[in-house]
Design a protein around this ligand. Structure first.
Ligand SMILES: [Zn+2]
Length: 90
C-alpha cells in the first residue's frame, strides 16, 4: 500500500498537536464517529398514565455481541480506539 508523504506528515502533526484526541489514521477526521453494536436487546420500561398515555421510565439495553467503532467520514474501522472513546464519553 502506498502512502503519500504529505498525508503522513499531516497525520504526524495532528497526532503531536493533541495526542488525546482520536483521529482517523485514514482521513484525519477527528470530529465524527459512529458505533455499531451487534446483538442488542433493547428493553424499555413504561408507565401508563391516568389518561392512558405512556411515559418512558427507563431504558435497559444489553449488548450481546461485538461493539465496533468507525470513522463517520471514510468508514475506517477504529475499533482499536473504542475503549478510549468509552472512557471519554460523558
Ligand atoms: Zn476516516
Amino acid at each position: 500500500m502506498e502512502t503519500r508523504p504529505d498525508s503522513v506528515k499531516r497525520r504526524r502533526q495532528l497526532r503531536q498537536k493533541n495526542s488525546l484526541r482520536i483521529i482517523c489514521p485514514n482521513c484525519g477526521n477527528d470530529h465524527s464517529f459512529f458505533e455499531v453494536a451487534d446483538g442488542v436487546i433493547l428493553t424499555s420500561r413504561y408507565t401508563q398514565n391516568r389518561d392512558g398515555s405512556f411515559s418512558q421510565d427507563g431504558d435497559e439495553s444489553q449488548i450481546m455481541g461485538e461493539v465496533r467503532f468507525f470513522c463517520a467520514e471514510c468508514n475506517e474501522d477504529l475499533t482499536a480506539h473504542h475503549q478510549r472513546f468509552v472512557e471519554m464519553l460523558f
